[in-house]
Design a protein around this ligand. Sequence first.
Ligand SMILES: [Zn+2]
Length: 440
Amino acid sequence: MNSINFIFLLTIFGFACAVKVNYEGYKLYKISPKDESEVGILAKLQEARIGEFWEDGIRVDRDSKVMVSPQKHEEFVQFLKTENIEASLLLDDVQRTIDKQRNPENINVSSSYLSYDWTSYHDLDTLYKWLDELEEHHPDVVQTVVMGQSVEGRDIKGIIIHYPNEMGEKNPNPLIGMLEGTLHSREWISVATVTWIIKEFLTSEDPEIRHLAESFEWHIFPIVNPDGYVYTFTDNRMWRKNRSPENVKTCAEGVDDDMSHGVDLNRNFDVQWMVIGASNDSCTNTYAGPGSFSEPESRAIAGYVQRLDQIGRIIYYLAFHSYTQLILVPYSHVNIEDAWQSRNYADMYEIAIKSSDAIAKRYGTQYRVGLSANVMYPMSGGSFDWVKYELNVPISYLLELRDLGEYGFLLPADQIIPTSLETMDGLIEMDKMTKALGYY
Ligand SMILES: [Zn+2]
């Protein structure tokens, strides 16, 4: 091969590698298995990779969202017909919805603070620049902080919000609240909601929000999986895991091997690691990694929380995910008979119920509350479970934000502000109850 041809081929190959995953013509279906035999049939469908399941577990009477490529569509339809399974079409063209999410039309409510706004979704650089700006504008209150680096060497950056007392002093042993955003990178509403909370803590004049903002030293990290998040902008909108290349292998014929990149960070924590609801196959979205804490992102979070535990009293650890509108109470691997294993389960449950009532008040958005095993599926190795297990933080929740699956990860940008407002209502109520029950 002469060198010109070689360069030509290289160029083509280079382009091929850089091509962004396009979901044009992909359809999204909803299937609700009626009994265990239908669950088994859907598991077969998943195993055969005829469609990509958006959720990790398949359960009776729970909707499963299945995304199907144009190439696999006929096979999919045939499979359902043969097995006599009903499915309803949710999205006719997934790419069209992705495009709309990035470029929303007709948003008339304008809300911004400094360089950031909540009328569209923003990339990592925009967020990090805004965090720096906040520090400049609130030098007595805000401090940016880097908890560690990702697999690809990006900073995991957040901010500390700590209001001084009237004498201008800060409590050296404060009450602490920590917010973790976007451990799963495709769950963009998590970044939007967590940044909204930051904005409200710094600018709101509502006395209840002021109380919440000023009673704690807040440690807030809107994006703890920066590599995955960047990847959802540059390459694949549907990316969930981190971007570890350590366990890359051939997944299956006709399946993009890129899938074997990455570890599901919410299965990688050292709590009942790989016991349930996690996979040891790197080609899956719930791959728990080669060992617990194999990933720098999960180690960074754990190390950070352990250091916080040394300097103050952590009252809240809240992990923000999407979607399905849930408040999950630890532990995710146990059934209700064993709920007592988290010592104050009854209080956590009660507080979450009140919180979900408060969320519903504004727009009627219904959240369900409970153990993951009861309201979703059992799982283990998650960050909020680990925080409860390791440090017995009194209130540790995982929130699955909007919606119930109509748009799922592709929640339109015009729902950012409503989602944020109702979530804040929930946090205020959570704090009232926590205080009333004597936790601080
Ligand atoms: Zn998630």
